[in-house]
Design a protein around this ligand. Structure first.
Ligand code: ATP
Ligand code: MG
Ligand code: ZN
Length: 167
């Protein structure tokens, strides 16, 4: 992947879009979650438990984006985000891309992907659903990926991103 002129970005605290400068400062190693729909940025931050991180965490919102209009970005130093976290992010930020940074360079890049069925990440919204009463792992079928629509395997209730609760 392409090398970045780190010297030009290291001491930049200004947030803006200038050629060869990052919207949010560089990190040496870690993960960057990019292309988050701006309004979902803090939800993604919550999923990633950034409040428990010990290393640097940078959050940007309302940044200029060609495809999304406005985007959010989260950079977490020293953390390689795992598949379970990626699946959760996909449910509320289906356009997000994850970049793994090593020694200031992007060494891996992938789009989050919503699976066909979701087990154990989202709880059914229906308080009377059997899955909320009998120690059953919640299971939902994905009816639509973007915007997300899910249907409970047990009670068949349909939910959108405003309804469902992440476990
Ligand atoms: N060392 C770094 N520290 C922090 N963030 C970085 C670093 N290197 C790249 N990024 C960020 O990671 C994201 C992906 O970087 P990349 O260089 O691939 O940009 P891009 O060409 O705009 O990619 P994309 O097509 O995914 O938007 C960008 O948001 C960029 O600001
Ligand atoms: Mg970009
Ligand atoms: Zn249900």
């Amino acid at each position: 992947m392409k090398k970045r002129d780190v010297s030009a970005t290291k001491d930049e605290s200004v947030i803006g879009h200038v050629d060869n400068k990052l919207d949010v400062s560089a990190i040496k190693d870690g993960s960057v979650i990019d292309h988050i729909d701006s309004k979902s940025t803090l939800k993604v931050a919550t999923i990633l438990n950034i409040q428990d991180e010990e290393r640097v965490v940078l959050v940007g919102m309302n940044l200029e984006s060609k495809c999304l209009g406005k985007k959010g970005i989260i950079k977490i130093g020293g953390k390689i985000i795992d598949q379970k976290e990626v699946n959760k992010i996909a449910l509320i930020a289906p356009n997000a891309t994850v970049n793994i940074i090593k020694d200031y360079n992007v060494v891996k890049k992938f789009k989050v992907a919503v699976p066909e069925t979701i087990e154990g990440i989202v709880k059914c919204f229906n308080p009377n659903c059997v899955s909320n009463h009998h120690n059953l792992e919640p299971k939902l079928h994905v009816l639509n990926k973007n915007p997300i629509r899910l249907q409970c395997h047990y009670c068949e209730r349909v939910m959108d991103s405003n309804d469902f609760v992440l476990t």
